[in-house]
Design a protein around this ligand. Structure first.
Ligand code: PHE
Length: 343
């Protein structure tokens, strides 16, 4: 008499097992649980009818019903945890972070154009046998001025006014302070360049900044002449522009060189005919230079009777401006991303 009920329990159970086995969502399992094991579920309804059965029917159906219920509960919870770990694994795979992946290009920083030119010049001079040396940006009054034959009341100080720091230090007005420092440290013969930041008390305009960059060059040896100076700077320009460039030397006063000179090169835009860039002269000024003054050699503990030398001070900002056709030096220190992102 209870056999048809037992059969329907087996049917319910096997259908439920089949549905659990193919379920791919937690919600599906919850629906199966509700339909079969819930208060009004199929199995619960059968068990509720137990009271109408005889004793042996109560026993066999009750037993079968409970066994089926426990088996289904176990199957549901097993399938549920399997689905949960699949969900976690999928999330992990989706959200994986690769810390070695490069940042998107637009967020990456890069070298400042002045720094690139500086590095290029360093490479050029290094290949010509120069050593690269570094000097302090906060320099003593002595190395910046006095050792370079610029005593306290010399008028040359007016053109290189700077920021004075307590204790006799100044923010260096040029890289020339390296001349005496290098001679004292390395002695003669000597071939060094020293790039770096320099500072002046300037009224700012399109061609004047309070902070800019120079590269100092110094060669000391026996028998050094202006011809060597010109040869090195001609070579430098040829390497920068990829072809021979006409240059000229003209006299200029710097207290620490004798003779003091300025080197110009022929304007690349007009070929020397005269244009706005070269202010109609046909020439563009490259650097101050000259033969190291005997007093400066002596300050560097180098014997002026035995050795001679030349020095030059290149303006790196100006070279960078010429390379990229930048018309205003104030862009250089601006930190303006609209400017910097163009390089
Ligand atoms: N120091 C000079 C300047 O800043 C340039 C210079 C360097 C001139 C070396 C002569 C020799 O203007």
């Amino acid at each position: 008499m209870s056999e048809p009920i037992l059969q329907s329990i087996r049917d319910i159970e096997s259908r439920a097992h089949a549905a659990i086995a193919v379920a791919v969502a937690i919600e599906t399992l919850q629906a199966i649980e509700r339909d079969v094991l819930g208060k009004t579920g199929q199995l619960s309804q059968i068990l509720r009818g137990l009271k109408d059965l005889d004793d042996s029917g109560k026993k066999s159906v009750g037993q079968a019903g409970n066994v089926a219920k426990r088996a289904l509960e176990a199957a549901l919870s097993q399938r549920k945890s399997a689905l949960e770990s699949a969900v976690i694994a999928e999330a992990l795979a989706r959200d994986r972070i690769d810390p070695t992946e490069p940042a998107p290009r637009r967020h990456a920083g890069h070298e400042h154009p002045v720094k690139s030119v500086m590095r290029e010049l360093e490479d050029l001079f290094e290949s010509m046998g120069f050593t690269i040396v570094d000097g302090p940006e906060i320099e003593t009054d002595y190395f910046n001025f006095e050792a370079l034959n610029i005593p306290p009341n010399h008028p040359a100080r007016d053109t290189q006014d700077t920021f004075y720091v307590e204790g006799g230090h100044v923010l260096r007005t040029h890289t020339s302070g390296l001349q005496v420092r290098a001679m004292r440290k390395y002695g003669a013969p000597l071939r060094v360049v020293s790039p770096g930041r320099v500072f002046r008390n300037e009224t700012q305009d399109a061609s004047h900044e309070h902070t800019f960059h120079q590269l100092e060059g110094l060669v000391v040896d026996e028998g050094i002449s202006v011809a060597h100076l010109k040869a090195v700077l001609d070579e430098l320009l040829e390497r920068i522009f990829g072809e021979r460039v006409a240059t000229r030397l003209r006299p200029h006063h710097f207290p620490f060189v004798e003779p003091g000179l300025e080197l110009d090169f022929q304007c690349r835009l007009c070929g020397g005919k005269g244009c706005a860039t070269c202010k109609q002269t046909g020439w563009i000024e490259l650097c101050g230079c000259g033969m190291v003054h005997p007093k400066v050699l002596a300050a560097g503990n180098v014997d002026p009777e035995k050795f001679s030398g030349f020095a030059f001070g290149l303006g790196i900002d100006r070279l960078t401006m010429m390379r990229h056709a930048i018309s205003d030096i104030r862009w250089m220190m601006s930190g303006d991303l609209r400017f910097l992102r163009q390089f």
